[in-house]
Structures are given as structure tokens and as C-alpha cells.
Design a protein around this ligand. Sequence first.
Ligand code: ATP
Ligand code: MG
Length: 434
Amino acid sequence: MEKISAIRGMNDLLPQKLRIWRDLEKKISSVFCSYGFEEIRTPVLERTELFLRGLGAVTDIVEKEMYSFEDHLNGKKYSLRPENTAAVVRASVQHNLTYNEPKKLWYYGPMFRHERPQAGRYRQFFQFGVEMLGYDGFESEAELILMCKAVWQAIGLSGNLQPVLKINSIGTSEERTLYVKALGEFFERHIDVLDDENLKRLKKNPLRILDSKNENLDTLKNEAPKISSFLGKSSKAHFENLLSLLDSYSIPYEVDLKLVRGLDYYSSTVFEWKASALGAQDTVCGGGRYDALVPLLGGSQQGACGFAIGMERLAEILETEYGNKEGCFLDLYCAHTSQAAKMMAIELAERVRKEGISVRVDLTQSSLKAQVRRAFRNRAQFLAIFGEEEMKAQHVNVRWLNNEEREGQQRKMPFGELAEFLLKNKHNDGNLYQ
Ligand code: ATP
Ligand code: MG
């Protein structure tokens, strides 16, 4: 039969890769929890209308990146979520989550975009994100940025690996309307330099030209009118207050007046973190304020802001810098010399697992030598071999594996003492089963 492979741009995450991923997941979620955020999980499938309304019809995502289909059983239109802010806001409005007080939420899961697959850009990718619903003040964005910084620290992106913060304010929608008009007039005068895609953007939403990745437009973009001249008093104050709070926390940033971000729902603060360790797709996190989204999705007017971190890009930096994780991923591997000994190993393994120890019993009929090789390959910390003698004496011989200092050493003990011995001697570094 012919083999069937995964859909282009959708990755299998194999066990070895997942060692880094699990580690990242644990560390990132605990940073979010340490800031008092609560987890939310929403479906991967939503009504298409949610994204049409939430993200804006004239955006790359909605125009050409959504996986949408009509359910032939009921004729309704659904889309795989391309991002999760709209869905989290939908859930908050639906369940009245901000009825009594503002809400801080985080999520983690796969997103789907029909983009051209390349390094750092996939059709299924994972995002960690947070949303602060019911928060107006500039301290909220500062908290988001502090959290990102705490994430970089927690996962080991310090020194020259630390991503760089770019930040801008795109004002209120009224201020932006005037700016977009000026921007449109400016680009109209330079129509000969624009490529096809940006000519389209000029007609539909000139702001998006600033978001273009076409390097030929860089000079033109630099000469274009700046949003900063269009900001009113209150927008300016919000942005300045935020920047001075960042200063007081010694968080370096670069104000990038061309930073607009791809989605319609942003207003006021927008920011991105870029990692120089990555190639062309170097943005590891994007976020900002989106006060207009909640009412757009049927909720009451409230301030809101958030960010999303791309997992694949983070994992790539860590893989390149630190290599694949080489810790021990299993506490004990049980090998045996007969069917009866295997049965005994299974029984004893059940007992020690209850004490929080991870055990793999070799369930094959392979030779002892092959089983021991497997124990090494599976990076177990200890090996126990069960044979006739062990069965008779009801004791077990435990050997250290994958341990330079104690390689080859062993210890004999009665069955009843195995769990205690392992708990005392195993190390937890990188152990996935903890
Ligand atoms: P980009 O400019 O790189 O296309 P974006 O503005 O479309 O990014 P967001 O919607 O802000 O991205 O998503 C937040 C983060 O999610 C990005 O910074 C990136 O790390 C990650 N991300 C976005 N799209 C993809 C993708 N197709 N594959 C992998 N990661 C992605
Ligand atoms: Mg994109």
C-alpha cells in the first residue's frame, strides 16, 4: 500500500522534539499562573463569522489563510481558528466572565493558517497566549510585557538570545482614520513602487502596506507619514506613561513607528518581540490593546489587551542553541530472562509506579542483551534485571545507567525497598514523567 503522509505545513511532533516542548509548556504556563492568570480552553472550530467580524474582512488571515468549510450536515460555515483572541473574547461574552470583575486568562493550543509553509511558518502551529479583559490602564500593557520578559527568563533566553521589544501606538480608530487617509494619499503618489499585493492593500486598507514584508518598500515606508503625528492627547499620554513604566523597570524597547500588526482589532499599544537567533520569521510574540473587539462581538465596552507567543519559533531557538535535551526520561527499565520473570517485573513495576516512579517493563521476548541496550537507548536512570535467582530470593539488582559517575555500579535489595531506593537516588532533571 502507498504511504500516507501528514498535510503539508502540519508537523508531527515526535517524542524527542516534545522533550523541549514539554519543558517549555511547563515553564511558560507557570509564569502565567504566577501573574494570577487562569487557563481557558475553547474549541478549535468556530463559526466563520466570528473571525470575519473579529479580525476584519480585509486582513491576510481572513482573505487567504483560513481553513473554512461548509458543514454539509447543516449548511453552516465553520473555520479552524487562525488565532485565539476572538474565540476567547467570544467565550467571555457568552459566559459573562467579566460580569463581576476584570478577567486575566491564558490559553495554549494549535492554530491553523493556510500560509506558504517555510521555516518558522506552518499551517498548524501552537500559540501560548494571554488576554486581559476589562483592563483600561497602561499598567496592563506593562504587565503583559513584564510577563513576556519573565517567560524569556524562565526558558533560558537571556543575553544575546533575549528577544528585542518593538513597540508603537496606533491610536484610537478616529485617529487612525485620519492617519490612514494621509497614508493612502502618500502611497497614491508612489504607486509605481508598489507591488500587486500592496496596490490591493492601497485600495482596501493602506495601513497594511506598513506591514508588508517586501524589502523594496522599506525606503518608501520610512518616508511615509507617521502615526505619532496623528495621536490625540489621551493616546499620547497612555503611550508615554507605558514607556516610562517600562523605563522604570529597565526594560529596553525600540519605538517602531511602522509597527501596525496584521489585524484590525488592535488600537493604542501594539508590540512585537523579535529574536535575532531566528531567520526571516523572527517574531516570537505579538500583542497589543484591542478595546474595540469586545463590543464588536456583542459584549459591553471594555478595555482589553493580550499577546500570543509562537511555540515553534521558540522551540527552534532552544534546539539550535542548546541541542536536543539529553536528560534521563525514565526512572527505571525492567529487563527479564523468562516469561515468569517478566510477569514478576510487571507486578513490581505497578507497585513502584504508585510511589511516583516512572517504569518501563520490556514486554518483548528479546535477548537480555537486546533489552539492556534498549534500557540505555531509552535513557533510563536505572536498570533492574529479573531472573530465576531474583524470583526465588525476592530481591532485585538495580544498576545505575546513563550516569558517568556511577556507571556500572549496582545495588541488591529486597523488592519492598525498591521504591524507596529509587526515590532517594533518582534525579528529576528533565524527567518528563514528573
Ligand atoms: P507574522 O508577521 O510572522 O506572519 P503574525 O502577525 O501573522 O506574524 P500573530 O498573528 O501575531 O502573527 O501571531 C503571534 C505569533 O504566532 C507570531 O509572532 C509567531 O511567533 C506565531 N505565528 C504566527 N503565524 C505562524 C505560522 N504560520 N507558523 C508558526 N508560527 C506562527
Ligand atoms: Mg502572519
